[in-house]
Design a protein around this ligand. Structure first.
Ligand code: SF4
Length: 206
């Protein structure tokens, strides 16, 4: 969407037949979302549905996203874990991620763009000047939260890992002689255990 084009939007909610918002491949969650859920006391309801993506290459990054589940109506496709297919609605609509609140409007740092061509709410309703300004401000807020989360997550991950390694090394040092022997026995037993990949004599072909 360019600055000059008119943006009319009205979420069709349960009447929406594309589910474009809920089936988009990735539903990003920001550190701002987590902080908001903590402050609103919703975190324990929502946290089981959130996962962290670990980078798979140097070009990849850390990010939080919602877990996925297959659609009952189309098991080949997946949707956000919070999508209630029977009700065609979001189970956490009361405080959904900021990326859902702005959908399908996205700010990319320079322009406001539409992230989905399938959302039937675009072009619906009448958006007042004030509502448009509000939608743009929210899209900008989402952009900054997304960027800050991507920047902060590697550092948070490193701090947590360092702390865990420090604690486990301290726990090892504090082991009694007897516990240390037991631990050594467990480790050497696990090394001796067959992997199941060895060739069995009965498997040998004549
Ligand atoms: S959190 Fe809710 S609104 Fe956002 S994609 Fe999931 S089901 Fe849809």
């Amino acid at each position: 969407m360019s600055e000059k084009s008119k943006y009319n939007f009205k979420c069709l909610e349960q009447k929406c037949d594309t589910k474009a918002c809920h089936i988009r491949p990735q539903v990003l969650v920001t550190i701002g979302d987590l902080a908001r859920w903590m402050n609103h006391d919703y975190i324990m309801n929502i946290l089981p549905g959130i996962t962290i993506h670990m980078p798979e290459s140097e070009h990849d990054s850390f990010y939080f996203e919602t877990l996925r589940k297959p659609l009952e109506s189309d098991p080949e496709s997946t949707a956000c874990i919070f999508y209630n297919e029977q009700a065609n609605s979001c189970e956490i609509r009361y405080d959904r991620p900021i990326s859902c609140q702005t959908f399908p409007l996205v700010f990319n740092g320079e322009n406001y763009v539409l992230s989905s061509k399938d959302c039937p709410g675009v072009g619906e309703g009448e958006v007042t000047k004030e509502a448009l300004q509000e939608a743009k401000s929210l899209a900008e807020k989402e952009f900054h939260q997304r960027r800050d989360s991507t920047a902060a997550l590697p550092a948070i991950y490193s701090v947590m890992m360092n702390q865990m390694m420090k604690q486990s090394s301290e726990a090892m040092q504090n082991l009694s002689e007897e516990d240390r022997k037991k631990m050594d026995e467990i480790i050497s037993k696990s090394k001796e255990e067959p992997t199941g990949e060895e060739e069995s004599p009965t498997d040998q072909s004549e």
